[in-house]
Design a binder for this molecule. Structure first.
Ligand code: SAM
Ligand code: SF4
Length: 379
């Protein structure tokens, strides 16, 4: 069946919604393996065996938002709230730099305020300074206004992750309170691209009510929005949230969501060979080798958690989050082994920017007659 749908090279980029929906429902083990192999070959053709690290610092679980699926949502009264001190964040950034990770990600709940904007701006400047400008900085700090995104970009952040969660506005509305607007997410992504950020988004896979056709539409969305970096992972329930209502994920469903996530990674790699795709931590929540499997299915990015151990238990977006009892050093050793086990290599000290970004920037610069300011777009 796979060969019926993907026959020649030309078919790959042009897979239709219907084709993608059918491929996401592949059941036959041989066909599924063949899909992963094709995707891995695509990845290897563009990027060799390299896996890039982004050390992720989850520096605060304070959040003004109330997404129905997330363990750190505003209305989770059970959660102990924390905020790393500035010095702790810089210490973690130094660790990332000294260990040759190349890039870090600053992630937290969503806070919108003047004070917060100033704080993050200063932090970006300080991180640039401690690494002599060498550390790449990705932000994952939710929806902000254009001025804020610009200030952070000018301070030296050059990548931004803002997941769309699902490209179906109906499903999005079911997962969020009315004040969280799907349209605003789309606007934010456009603003980030206009400013010059390498722009990342992603979706959760296996959400209640989500169909294979919805997931196929997500893949088409990444393509039509010309996204540079994609982080997709299984939805994993958190019992303290309205969406999970106390349920544990049944093993059968967990397996299904992991399989779907791996197929999504492979199909995306086939559709968009030059983007960065993360092997997300949530995959490991569903299978001990979930992240390795994602690398073999076409992913090329790993995001080792470098948050100090004492804070990790308070940053559980979902249950079963791996590595909460570990230190940054433990995660480093463990990931080294995991990468080696699938015969891939860690690209130490490299930023690992997605070639797609430069292609997108190039076509935009041509459109604007060379007007775009790409000063820190490439670092
Ligand atoms: N607050 C920022 C935001 O929402 O963009 C950044 C942090 S947020 C915790 C990062 C991502 O975690 C979300 O975009 C969402 O996809 C993911 N997430 C939250 N709850 C989850 C769950 N129960 N299962 C899987 N992923 C989840
Ligand atoms: Fe807050 Fe992000 Fe969780 Fe939504 S997904 S509740 S914005 S941390």
């Amino acid at each position: 069946m796979l060969e019926d749908i993907i026959c020649c090279e030309e078919d790959l980029k042009n897979l239709s919604l219907e084709d993608l929906t059918r491929l996401l429902q592949l059941e036959d083990e041989k066909n599924i393996k063949s899909l992963y192999r094709r995707a891995y070959q695509k990845k290897a053709e563009k990027g060799g065996k390299k896996v890039y690290f982004r050390g992720i610092i989850e520096f605060s679980n304070h959040c003004q938002k109330n997404c129905y699926y997330c363990g750190i949502r505003r209305e989770n009264p059970e959660l102990t709230r924390f905020e790393m001190s500035r010095e702790e964040i810089l210490e973690s950034a130094r660790w990332v730099y000294n260990n040759g990770y190349g890039s870090l990600v600053l992630q937290s709940g969503e806070i919108q305020s003047e004070e917060y904007t100033d704080y993050i701006e200063e932090l970006i400047l300080d991180i640039k300074e401690i690494s002599g400008g060498e550390l790449g900085i990705t932000l994952s700090l939710g929806e902000q206004d254009e001025k804020t995104y610009r200030r952070w970009f000018q301070a030296g952040a050059h990548r931004y992750l803002l997941r769309i969660e699902t490209s179906s506005s109906e499903l999005y509305n079911e997962l969020h309170p009315d004040s969280h607007q799907f349209q605003r997410r789309l606007e934010c992504l456009k603003i980030l691209q206009e400013i010059g950020y390498q722009t990342g988004t992603g979706v959760m896979i296996g959400l209640p009510g989500q169909t294979p056709a919805d997931l196929a539409a997500d893949l088409k969305f990444f393509q039509s929005y010309s996204i540079d970096m994609i982080g997709m992972g299984p939805y994993v329930p958190h019992s303290g949230t309205p969406l999970a209502s106390g349920d544990k994920i049944p093993a059968e469903l967990g397996r299904r969501n992991l399989d779907l996530s791996l197929k999504m990674v492979s199909l995306l790699r086939i559709l968009m060979p030059d983007v960065n795709i993360a092997a997300t931590t949530a995959m490991q929540a569903l299978h001990p080798r979930g992240r390795e499997k994602a690398l073999q299915a076409g992913a090329n990015i790993l995001m080792p958690v470098v948050t100090p151990r004492k804070y990790r238990e308070y940053y559980q977006l979902y249950e079963n989050k791996p590595c909460i009892d570990e230190k940054a050093e433990d995660c480093q050793g463990c990931l080294k082994q995991r990468v080696k086990s699938v015969d891939e290599e860690i690209a130490y000290g490299e930023w690992g920017d997605p070639p797609h970004y430069f292609r997108r920037l190039g076509s935009r610069t041509a459109e604007l007659g060379g007007e775009i300011d790409a000063e820190n777009a490439a670092g």
